[in-house]
Design a protein around this ligand. Sequence first.
Ligand code: GLY
Ligand code: MN
Ligand code: MN
Length: 438
Amino acid sequence: MRTPQYAMSIFKGRREKLANHLKDSALILAANPEVIRNGDVHYPFRQNSNMFYLTGFEEPNSALIFRPGKNPETVLFVMSKDPAQETWTGFRYGVEGAKRYFEVDEVYSIDSVQDELPKLLSDVDQIYYSLFSNTNFDTILMDIINDLTWSRSRSNRGNLPIIDPCAMLGEMRLRKSNVEVEWHRRACEISAEAHIEVMKTIRPGINERALHGVFLRSIMERGCAREGYGAIVAGGENATTLHYEFNDQVCKDGDLLLLDAGAEYNYFSGDITRVFPVNGRFSDTQKRIYQKMLNVQKDLVSLVKPGTSREALQTETVSRLTELMIDEKLLKGRKDDLIEKKEYERFYMHRVSHWLGMEVHDAGTTLVNGEPRVIEPGFVLTIEPGLYISKDAPGVPDELRGIGIRIEDDVLVTESGHEVLSSKCPKEIADIEAVMRH
Ligand code: GLY
Ligand code: MN
Ligand code: MN
């Protein structure tokens, strides 16, 4: 027997907040599809973020129907109890269990969705539903809507409009409540502690994969179900590949290691990148370039406050990194010309920031009415300038070849400025070297 580990008032509160936006509408959220390969090989299941956000329900083959102002208002469809099946795939709440613990008005078996869902949609004027996140459920729903169209056309109401709820939910998810900030802070803290464990473990000759294992063990020991995304554990020149995910090479004496890894805690993800020397000591060249990158990163973090935008942070990043590239003889010419021609993209080619939350690249648009979104208290974003000098890059100083540096922190916007949620993770050269001596 299991019981939910979350207070249901959290999910109920979120639904209440959303209710104003759903007049005469039904919001339908389907669970993520299960990943099953070769017929019966099950891969770890993670609930759809929006489904979890509004229900706390973590089983596959389930769906939420939310119809504010109607009766019943909140309905869950769940898998029925099935002892024979549960012997194979584990505990399910079933209809009775879901009714008892999940504080919704009605629970039906998912087997009856074809019969019950049409009734729940017969008196709404539009539905909010994300197509393509569960294609099986898409098919079921399209059939139901097709049938409903007949009865609606008799009363001249036409087709039932389908609107994607992602933008609406993204607006909510961008603004973190107190409990969400608490969970997110913990996700970032655990991520930081796990980075420290990797710093303490690394030595020449160890495989990147073993370090990934140390990270995973550290976060799971601290109560995380999983990492928030596939970690990047990149020794030496592997760090110049942005999405290096093989994580299977031996770490070499004299190289740097780039570790981009985050824990997922209560469905909130950390996202931290640190760069540190495999042998515990930065060389003079590594020290120089790393310190310059750290200065840029810290200055960018200091700019995070209500009223700025990710666009403004991007412009500042490009300006500062272009200066750094000129200083390090990676680029030659006038700064303004180099920026105009996007020459910096040879060594820095990604955005400096993204929203962070239940997904590592979280919901919420970057533009509002075509303008850059103004950052508000309660938002969480990353700050992650990077510099990637491939070993074959033409015309670059030899000492910089094969160096990849990204320094990434997770930043909560507060009324008065910001709080760095990942601040427990060392990034000053002296602090990293001190941790690595132990
Ligand atoms: N780890 C993915 C990112 O930094 O955006
Ligand atoms: Mn990131
Ligand atoms: Mn990252």
